[in-house]
Design a protein around this ligand. Sequence first.
Ligand code: GLU
Length: 299
Amino acid sequence: MRKFRTALLAGTAAAALALTGCGGDDTATEGAEAPSPSSDVSFEAGTTMAEINEAGTITVGTKFDQPGFGLANLEGTPEGFDVDIAKYIAAQLGVEEDSIEWVEAPSAQREDLIVNETVDMVVATYTINDTRKERITFAGPYYQAGQQIMVLEDNTTINGPEDLAANPDVTICSVTGSTPAENIREYLASPGQLVEFEVYDDCVAAMQNGQVQAMTTDNVILTGYVAENEGEFKLVGEQFTEEPYGIGITKGDTAFCEFINESLQKAADEGYYEEAWTSTAGQYEGTEVPTLPEPDACV
Ligand code: GLU
């Protein structure tokens, strides 16, 4: 039930607005028009592309609780920028949108899902870093985020990570296995100041029920929670890390990595990348239309 809560709340807010006849921001983030699958593609036998194309289906790991990137709708199907990026790659492989199998990929489970071959790829606000590269390969990056802090709207004591050590009674929430949970440790008075959950939705609930007073992860993820919970939260300080988002695949599958990078470039050239952004995460105040970053070497 957890994963549907944010969508339900958003739905309730929309219904309330409709009833009162008030305007307000349209924060619907259903995403871009799904690309038609390429029917005239052929791939070298034995490649991951050929296997997926022949099977006619692809399994994708993504988030189910992050507005703007991967948020399960009332039918349980995720929507967002990551989801749209995955749909485009699936189409380039000749896979119909209805034939994509979505698997929830909480931060700490992403490498395992790839290594165990539960999924063909992970598109899930997934920062490229050397530790993760020991077990998997990343295509991309396709977006550049940065870590920031979110507090309750009326908080005046925490204005950035430096204020945490000076306020040891403040607890801050993040997600196990995420880079922000690791990065924040150096700013804390003691390890107990960090509260970790499996998914960000649980941090949002902990903020709302007073268990924690702050939350940290990537700026664009927090922006989604600020927008979807009007008047409750605000971002403070500047971003203090760089979080380049990559697409996780089986380690050493350089042909698939290169295929994904070419697909990302095609998405940008065709305007799909921008359309996907503006109809998802780009709906939230404070976001800017990104340009596709240069890809890293596929290793
Ligand atoms: N980009 C960060 C990471 O990959 C935080 C977002 C997340 O947990 O998905 O760990």
